[in-house]
Design a protein around this ligand. Sequence first.
Ligand code: EPU
Length: 440
Amino acid sequence: MDIFRIHGGNRLNGSVKVSGSKNGALPILFASLLCDGEVTLQNVPIALRDIGMSLRILETLGVESEVAEDGSVSLQVTDSGNTRADYKQVSQMRASICSLGPLLARRGEAIVSLPGGCNIGDRPIDLHIHGMEALGAKVTIENGYVMARASHLRGSTVYLSGPMGPTVLGTQNVMMAAVGADGDTVIEGAACEPEVRATAGFLRAMGVKVEGDGTHEIHIEGQGRLEGAGCLGATSFDVPPDRIETGTYVLAGAIAGGEVTVEGCIPSENSALLNLLERIGVSVEVGEKTLTVRGVDTVTPVDVSMLPYPAFPTDLQGPLMALLCRGTGVSLITDKVFPDRFNHLSELRRFGAKVRKEGPIAIIEGGAPLSGAKVMASDLRASACLVLAGLVADGITDVNRIYHLDRGYERMEEKLRGLGAEVERLPEQVVEQDLDLELV
Ligand code: EPU
């Protein structure tokens, strides 16, 4: 397992180009199961572990893929025999539950292991199952697998919000299943996230009529069982830029800039972040596809909640916490989407940060000096939080278990180095040797 070694204190300056959206690309890769012709996707963040894992799962489901260095991926279903997505792979990645909808729509059966993913608290799939049942599937959980069957799905009206609000992957999963239903489907209480719009855009590129994406009510025109002449043909689609990676580099610029420009992003998708930064005294210049942020030494403390889009995204909660450690007073962060997503908190304390948690609320007493530390990444966005803290901590920081970061940030060390940070990726053994020397 690799680690990041960061020599803190360098001012970041320059431009960084954002990659294609991880959470936009993942469901679309699984949507290729719906298509009979060749699917070509551009701007796929191919260096991410989650993308590689998805392609391996798709291979077991009879989808051949070819990955080009420029980030384009071609996918083609060559064998429709298998309907089972196995525990070993699915348990490592939440998005693989998105094989459920397309398999049902296209093959009439889906046997998918209950998914795993980042360790950010309870992540049920009851809403996914409710959606499939509303379309007429029989669903049971047996031996750790979701078993779903339907000789014919039928379009329906389904309400998809739960106690924590709408579900992003659940909305995408039901949209994909609805493509293979007889009759139209209306998803009420749908997630509005840009990644849902990306899935809708891909379905439209395949010729499916989808309306209302980006709102809480989505209409999908069912194509009937996808077989023979009813199959969806070849298509091509551009994966949009990653709004969470964008936000992470904007926050890195706020913490450690200089002046940092994030290029190739869609600024309007980060309105909640930009609004918050303005409130706490960070200046951001908004271009057509760029965001330019100037670093600050302190920020105004703030009380902010993580909520579904268009509110502040839970995926930026960790990176934001690193910035709020520079507050001139006490900030509060409430995560209403994943109330237990605070693994980074105890690691931030190793830097000297004054942070604690009361229920779903993190309390950050800003202003404590941060000094470099050996810390442990526990999930993807928690890792980003620790890297950002390491950029401004005094001295050397080692962030262990960086494989979490590799799930969602392409070549982060290169991108940060391009901005002037001193970050290197080291194999764990090297670090263990260092540790031995220190102990001697
Ligand atoms: N929920 C239910 N029942 C369900 C599904 C979800 O109660 O059947 C609850 C969840 O426990 C949570 C809330 O609903 O409290 C929202 O969860 P959601 O289903 O929207 O999350 P997700 O679709 O599983 C995606 C992203 C996450 C991101 C969330 C919220 C992907 C692959 N994952 O997860 O991204 O945090 O939406 O925006 O798209 C990440 O990239 O680091 C990441 C975790």
